[in-house]
Ligand binder design. Structure first.
Ligand code: SAM
Ligand code: SF4
Length: 439
């Protein structure tokens, strides 16, 4: 039996798809690149913005046509498009065989004939890595209920995995060639508050740090209010943990933050950034911003723009507000910023950030940086170029000697806002990669 999984959305979705794939592999299924060759087609969807939903709807249209032409496959829709009630989805897409909420794999397996796999099946099924880098979810769901956001309605309340469970998964990945692990949570510093003894993210990082073979740890996504000095100290004190933080600010204006119910004001946000930069002067900090949120005035947007210019983030993910049915903002606030104003603000942020990122990256010209080698791809001159990331999560393309999964020193020769390029100066395998990696 053959399966095909199509994935959009965040890193958590990528991790969920990998877990489903690992489960199907264990049952003897094989993955195929084209849906028409599969017996089971899974669309792992995202609902964070309308655009993401439209992509899945477009894909469903293609599958419907394939079916009409005689394709015989089970269609499963999983992920954040699927809420508690599926009547509406069933009405709109009657040809879909099964709808499954994020991480609810059982209905999909039941649809293809597996009735009882036992309670231990999913927790014990760790992903099969295909790269030296891997994602490991540590806390599922979100309790924050920001007014614009659909995630808590679709991924449920926060649930942390135990330290032992996470450690077992990281050991499994390390034994299969993974060198860098990114720990995932919607608000990753919420980790542990629902567990006995209330370990925090710092405790977890400390408990994973000695795992042989893993050279680097990262974590995503940070919530400014939950990020404590204790966690920042743990990052600063643990050599394998990278100095890289993604801390969404969403807006630079306190009144907008209140309407978003983010639970903090800009003063607190600034304090956290200052603390990180004091303790780790080389740290990279990235952020997420929503422009054109309900009632956002020119002056309120200007506050965001000024904050971005002041903090100088390494990268900004900017999105125009997209009303999501079922959220608090959808029910109680008017989506009253015209589309062209949203787009003008989005472009203003992009333009500002392109200049800032280019300046930050240009500081690395002529410097030697540590790159974890993730693979090779064709270069414009017809040859192959290596690529990987720095500890600060900057993408680097480089020429010269290297080995997949190794930590290689690269001298930076070119820098743009989006990436760096250079040449390997010490092709070092400081991590033991004596045996070839299995991918
Ligand atoms: N938990 C993280 C946080 O605290 O911001 C981010 C999770 S969310 C999956 C990723 C990003 O999507 C958010 O940072 C936000 O900028 C964006 N986003 C969420 N809801 C949105 C909406 N309704 N319209 C536009 N962007 C949205
Ligand atoms: Fe959504 Fe807010 Fe939770 Fe992030 S913290 S997932 S933006 S509700």
């Amino acid at each position: 039996m053959r399966y095909h999984i199509w994935t959009v959305g965040c890193q958590m979705n990528v991790a969920d798809s990998q877990k489903l794939a690992a489960g199907l592999d264990r049952l003897g299924w094989a993955e195929v690149p084209a849906p028409e060759d599969a017996d089971l087609v899974v669309l792992n969807t995202c609902a964070i913005r309308d655009h993401a939903e439209q992509r899945a709807i477009g894909k469903l249209g293609t599958l419907k046509k394939l079916r009409k032409r005689g394709g015989e496959f089970t269609i499963a829709v999983m992920g954040c498009m699927v809420g508690l009630k599926t009547d509406d989805l069933q009405r709109r897409f009657p040809y879909v065989d099964v709808f499954a909420r994020p991480q609810q794999f059982e209905p999909i397996l039941q649809a293809v004939g597996y009735d009882d796999l036992g309670g231990e099946f999913w927790p014990a099924t760790f992903t099969t890595p295909d790269s030296p880098t891997a994602y490991v979810p540590i806390v599922h769901g979100c309790d924050k209920f920001c007014t614009y956001c659909i995630v808590p309605y679709r991924r449920g309340r926060e649930r942390s995995r135990t330290i032992d469970d996470v450690r077992a998964e990281v050991e499994h990945l390390a034994a299969r060639g993974v060198r860098e692990v990114t720990l995932l949570g919607q608000t990753v510093e919420a980790y542990g508050h629902d567990l006995d003894d209330h370990p925090d993210l710092g405790d977890l990082l400390g408990a994973l740090h000695d795992i042989d073979g893993i050279a680097r740890f990262r974590f995503l996504t940070s919530y400014p209010k939950d990020m404590t000095e204790r966690i920042i100290d743990a990052v600063a004190g643990l050599p394998k943990v990278c100095e890289y933080f993604n801390i969404p600010v969403q807006s630079g204006d306190d009144a907008v933050l209140d309407r978003m119910r983010r639970g903090y004001h800009i003063e607190l946000y600034r304090e956290k950034v200052d603390l990180i930069r004091r303790k780790m002067p080389g740290a990279a900090i990235t952020t997420d911003v929503i422009v054109g949120f309900c009632g956002e005035t020119d002056a309120e947007f200007q506050q965001t723009y000024d904050l971005l210019a002041e903090i100088e983030f390494d990268k900004v993910h900017v999105a125009a507000y997209s009303p999501r049915p079922g959220t608090i903002a959808y029910r109680t606030l008017a989506d009253d910023v015209p589309q062209e104003v949203k787009m003008a603000r989005l472009h203003a942020v992009e333009q500002l950030e392109a200049g800032i990122s280019a300046r930050i990256n240009a500081r690395l010209l002529g410097r030697d940086v540590e790159v974890l080698v993730e693979g090779q791809k064709p270069s414009p001159d017809g040859g192959m170029t290596w690529f990987g990331r720095t500890r600060q999560n900057k993408l680097v393309h480089f020429a010269g000697e290297a080995q997949l999964g190794s930590l290689t020193t690269v001298r930076i020769e070119r820098a743009t806002a989006w990436s760096l390029a250079g040449v390997a100066v010490v092709a070092g395998a400081r991590v033991d990669v004596a045996s070839p990696l299995p991918f």
